[in-house]
Design a protein around this ligand. Structure first.
Ligand SMILES: [Zn+2]
Ligand SMILES: [Zn+2]
Length: 105
């Protein structure tokens, strides 16, 4: 259990994804929510699940698309302004998530 740390200075670092990472769909976006492992604040990040360049023109609908890389980098976007963050969001932490399979949400 992480205690929120509002006083955490901004620092760019790659960390393990939140243990409570969860997904939901919001309009055309996939939204990853979770508790930032570094600062302990709730963060949510909207991601587009269509990878640019993987939609081939002229491909008939329903045909299986080539398997795209579904890994995405998510930055901490908590609502707290951390020390030394200036205009940036969050505490500087980022982590890699894998998009849920198509149709899983
Ligand atoms: Zn934070
Ligand atoms: Zn954070």
């Amino acid at each position: 259990m992480t205690t929120p740390d509002d006083d955490k200075p901004y620092r760019e670092q790659r960390v393990a994804p939140p243990g409570d990472l969860a997904w939901h769909r919001d309009g055309g976006f996939l939204v990853a929510t979770g508790t930032c492992p570094v600062c302990g604040h709730r963060t949510d990040k909207s991601l587009v699940d269509i990878v640019p360049g993987t939609v081939t023109k002229g491909l008939p609908w329903g045909r299986k698309k080539p398997q795209a890389n579904r890994d995405r980098t998510v930055d901490c976007e908590c609502r707290i302004t951390h020390r030394e963050a200036d205009e940036r969001n969050g505490c500087g932490a980022c982590w890699t998530v894998r998009l849920p399979e198509e149709g899983a949400l």
